[in-house]
Design a protein around this ligand. Structure first.
Ligand code: TYD
Ligand code: MG
Length: 452
């Protein structure tokens, strides 16, 4: 077999016969590296027309999903593991991917599933130590430490497991490919082979993928479309909360979120996340409560803001948990439409618990937190702020307001500041919570943060 070389973009998998500085596929700079390819000449024998099907020819599967026994994990998968599916679990190194999957495998093997855990990163001793830490002494799954894909495939064929974990995809390679393990062509090849094995034998496969420094799984586009489900494990490593997010799911809703706490004995699912995030409330100025839709459920979170006199010519804006451009916009709206001068102030924003909020519905809460810190006024502790802010200082309505209010009421909040724009739509507020509708940020500030 003749082999040749070509250049492959490590970001998107685009290949070119010669090196280029900028990838024409994804416009990334300096992302090409040389990789070998096997030049397989496929026999192009005259093919018979393939058989085609109509829906009634296909036997319906009641798709008996396999439950992992970890509620939050099953939820992000859309109600359990679909047999024969490929699931990519991505995340920063050390976030807890191996821990989570070891716990899942422990449960599955206890419930009688045949499990195979392939680790290309850790030794058998290390895995055993982790299992003991998780109090899984009697775990009965098969373990393999191997980096060569052909060997792994041979074991899969012999053992016929129900569930496989490959930890991690970046460290497993096909021997006959000349490129290094972790390169795009290796990842593509291994994933391809695994997809075939999974579909042929109805085996569910979990692939662990490390996120590169740019926040993407190496060769992300290459892998994401090949697998059925993409989950991202995120959270601040220093904090103890971890969010497992569905990025793509062929068998369930995308954007679902499972919440876990990392403890000394492993990951514990959290049933009532809002309660946990609000257990330690700050008492002084500069804090507000917002709602954020995470997947199919609303979450109540505390946003903190600190405005402090700056010693820099250009004041600093620092934000953890909320996009900095949104914070800048909210500061500009505050200056322009509410007359709160922030040009001499550094502003720091933090969402408590290490959660990243990606929703405009949080705007009003962020604005009130900043104003509360700048004017040194403490907001009431029974208040929840919901609303998107427009550039003219108006409050805009948000999606699924009803459910957000309900969550706030359930947690014992008594007042809810919401956009008046919603008034026209009927809000059937059957909850014990007062709805305060405002049109502009001016009205909201008048109520809770009047200029001193
Ligand atoms: P790990 O699952 O090895 O991360 P990944 O596979 O994503 O790289 O998790 C490593 C971190 O989790 C490590 O910093 C220690 C912590 N940890 C706990 O806090 N409790 C535990 O029970 C375990 C097993 C790990
Ligand atoms: Mg690991």
């Amino acid at each position: 077999m003749k082999s040749k070389f070509h250049f492959v973009c490590q970001e998107c998998g685009h290949s070119e016969p010669k090196w280029l500085g900028k990838c024409p596929g994804c416009e990334a700079w300096n992302s090409f590296s040389e990789e070998g390819v096997e030049d397989k000449k496929r026999a192009s024998a005259a093919r018979n027309a393939p058989k085609h099907y109509t829906f009634k020819d296909i036997p319906s599967h009641n798709n008996a999903r396999i439950t992992s026994g970890i509620g939050e994990f099953d939820r992000v998968l859309g109600g359990g593991i679909v047999p024969g599916s490929m699931i990519l679990v991505g995340g920063d190194p050390g976030i807890g991917k191996s821990t989570l999957l070891l716990q899942v495998m422990a449960n599955l093997s206890t419930s009688g599933k045949k499990c195979l855990y392939v680790s290309a990163e850790e030794s058998l001793q290390q895995i055993k130590v982790r299992a003991e830490r998780l109090n899984q002494h009697g775990i009965s799954m098969a373990l393999l430490t191997e980096t060569e894909f052909e060997t792994i495939a041979a074991l899969i064929k012999e053992m016929q497991p129900d569930i496989i974990v490959i930890d991690s995809i970046q460290t497993v390679g096909v021997a006959e490919l000349q490129s290094a393990t972790g390169s795009v062509s290796q990842i593509r090849q291994v994933t391809n082979e695994l997809v075939r094995i999974a579909k042929d034998r109805n085996i569910s496969v979990f692939l662990v993928g490390h996120v590169t420094k740019d926040g993407a799984i190496a060769g992300p586009k290459v892998m994401e479309h090949m697998v059925d489900t993409v989950l991202y494990f995120e959270g601040e490593r220093s904090g103890s909360y971890r969010l497992l997010r569905t990025h793509k799911n062929r068998f369930g809703a995308a954007h679902e979120v499972g919440i876990f706490e990392m403890e000394s004995s492993g990951l514990t699912p959290i049933q009532n996340p809002s309660e946990i995030f609000l257990t330690q409330r700050s008492q002084g100025p500069g804090a507000s409560i917002i709602t954020s839709y995470e997947g199919t459920r609303p979450l109540l979170l505390e946003v903190q803001a600190l405005s402090a006199a700056t010693s820099f010519p250009a004041p600093r804006r620092t934000s953890i948990g909320i996009e900095l451009s949104r914070v800048n916009m909210i500061c500009a709206v505050l200056e322009r439409h509410a007359g709160i001068v922030l040009s001499g102030q550094d502003i720091y924003i933090n969402v408590v618990g290490g959660v990243r909020v990606n929703e405009p519905a949080a705007d009003l809460g962020v604005l009130l937190a900043i104003a509360s810190s700048a004017n040194d006024i403490t907001l009431p502790t029974d208040l929840v702020c919901i609303g998107e802010i427009g550039l003219t200082g108006e409050l805009r309505s948000v999606a699924r307001l009803e459910e957000r209010i309900q969550e706030a009421a359930q947690l014992g909040f008594k007042r809810c500041l919401i956009p008046a724009a919603h008034g026209r739509k009927s809000l059937k507020n059957q909850h014990d919570i007062e709805l305060q509708q405002v049109n502009t940020i001016g009205q909201a500030l008048e109520m809770y943060c009047p200029l001193s």
